[in-house]
Design a binder for this molecule. Structure first.
Ligand code: R5P
Length: 297
């Protein structure tokens, strides 16, 4: 049991916050949030004076609302006189804006990092952050927790797979896919994805040096947003004769009917974690977050 700890669960992550609080045997403080007709948010929760506060709030869409509420919750804890404030942001919005890809672009995650610090967070934790670069903009202790062990456990227990191959759509996800494959004692394949930075259009190179004929596929990514990366990967893998395909990710943004489009491309199911609650979020992150908190608090 962790003494003197309150888990302050933001409206975007109430269920996950409750699960984490239960696992670490901490007080649960649900945040009441109201959005006025002009779009302004108001948050309310009891004073946390003297407490060690763990704030849990993902910043999925509406990103700006959820982000501002996370900052408001952190600041209220500081103003209440909390002993310290740890911010757990399972899905970190803006992490993909970690560099200027085109001339004139702004590295938004660098500002987001400074906002968390200015609000008063002493420690920052996130899950499967898009890149290490995104975390490098924090000057406070900022750590990433991998969801891969939990996703792999789900796959091992729930998916009936024949000679599975774990596939990453791109080189950026190679390490993630390798970790997943190691846990399942299976093979790994890294595709070569490219994205047109102006149109967002994804394409997959035909150059692959390993056969997947008749083998089932676990496509793993950190984020599934439009579904373009998974759809193009699945279409390619089907063309070269693979078996069943499942798509697993940490963060299922699944925008604009992405799940249906992915299934139409031949994917059996889309599975994500509860960093973003949805019908697909079948993998609970609370064991991983709780274990990490117990090791550091
Ligand atoms: C990009 O490099 C990420 O790892 C994901 O592959 C990407 O964000 C997925 O986005 P979408 O589903 O829109 O292709």
């Amino acid at each position: 049991m962790l003494a003197n700890i309150s888990v302050v669960a933001g409206p975007a992550s109430y269920d996950l916050g409750a699960r984490v609080a239960k696992r670490i045997n901490a007080d649960l403080i649900p945040v009441e949030a109201k959005v006025f007709s002009d779009g302004e948010s108001k948050i309310t929760f009891p004073k946390v004076t003297g407490r060690s506060c763990v704030i849990i709030q993902s910043t999925y869409p509406p990103v700006n609302k959820n982000l501002l509420e996370a900052l408001m919750i952190i600041r209220k804890c500081v103003d209440d006189g909390a002993e310290n404030v740890s911010a757990v942001v399972p899905y970190l919005g803006y992490a993909r804006q970690d560099r200027a890809f085109l001339e004139g672009e702004f590295v938004t995650i660098s500002l987001v990092a400074r906002l968390f610090e200015a609000a008063g967070a002493d420690l920052f934790l996130t899950v499967d952050v898009h890149s290490k670069l995104a975390l490098s903009y924090f000057t406070i202790n900022a750590k990433n927790i991998s969801s891969i062990p939990l996703l792999a456990e789900y796959a091992a227990n729930n998916l009936k797979l024949s000679q599975p191959v774990v596939v990453s759509p791109d080189a950026g996800g190679a390490g993630r896919a390798k970790d997943f494959a190691d846990l399942l004692h299976s093979d790994v394949l890294v595709l070569k994805k490219s994205r047109d930075r102006n149109t967002g259009e994804v394409s997959i190179s035909e150059q692959v040096d390993r056969s997947v004929t008749g083998r089932d596929i676990i496509l793993v990514d950190d984020i599934i947003s439009s579904g373009g990366s998974i759809i193009k990967s699945a279409q390619f893998l089907k063309r070269i004769g693979c078996g069943k395909i499942y798509a697993l990710c940490a963060h299922g943004l699944l925008a604009d009917g992405a799940t249906n489009k992915i299934k139409q491309a031949g994917v059996e199911d889309v599975i994500s974690t509860n960093s973003i609650p949805s019908e697909s979020s079948k993998v609970d992150l609370s064991p991983g977050i709780a274990q990490h908190l117990i090791s550091i608090l």
